[in-house]
Design a protein around this ligand. Sequence first.
Ligand code: FES
Length: 157
Amino acid sequence: MLEEEYEKQIEEMIPCYEDLKYDYQQDRLVELLREIQEVYGYIPDDVQQRVCQEFGIKEVVIKSLLKYYPSLHAVKRHIITLCVGPRCSARGCGKVADAVREELRVIRENKAGLVFAVRTQNCMKQCTKGPNLKIDDRLYSGVKPEEVGKILGEYLR
Ligand code: FES
């Protein structure tokens, strides 16, 4: 269902970059890739191929841009959202955030290429259950710092 919604957004987006067919400009292609990333959270292989076919661009061009711009990702990222609202703060979200940072440091050392992105949110409207964090759309409540490793580990399998 979500996938269909993403595809629909891509179908609407492609015609807006019609000019790339006749007048290739790297900046425009990067702009398109950023928009695709906004939709998926990364730039999936099949969408890269779709862009190549649509605009007559070689795959190697997109691959080079993905290397050149570290903010563009070809690998699906899991988005960790930490609640930093007042109630979660009072319940120790700072220590949970420290544990997340430390865990990510260890993961980066051991698993090159796997990507987590971290965001913060001011309140998740689950204050009585805090401290709260989300990974993608899944909510974890009452998180203790010592549980963070196990939680993130679920996404490394
Ligand atoms: S402050 Fe964290 S859910 Fe409200």
